[in-house]
Design a protein. Sequence first.
Length: 154
Amino acid sequence: MNRAVVDYRQALTSLGIGHEVFTHPYLVSPEEVQKYLGKTVADCVASLVMKADDHFILILKKGDDRLDFKKIKKALKISDLRFATKEEFEKLTGLPFGAARPYIPNLPTYIDPAVFSREFLNGGTGSFTETFRYRTADLKKIPGASVLEACQNP
């Protein structure tokens, strides 16, 4: 396990966020990772770094759910919402693009309630060779996290 993942794991433990480590070959897409773990994207939590007007936020959603930009903008009282660019993501997080994780210190974090429909979801660690299985209820322990309906209703 690389040093950044070890440090991240210690941060999660100090916050009381339950997780289990899975090591796997270098895999980038959530679909590849989940397939390797014998799961589907419905079994993962997606961590999306976004620019909301003039600041950045993190949205956590179930992997198979679709964001509802209008709903998010209305709830957050913002006019512009977009995904962070590769450059913005890497500068802001210090992580390689595509290796987002559910806890990024100092980023306001919004969790779609559907995340809690499963007891556990797999998610990023900042590495392409390790994935964590997160206890979803514990994600509410992320400093500054709040629940926000961010996805389209089925």
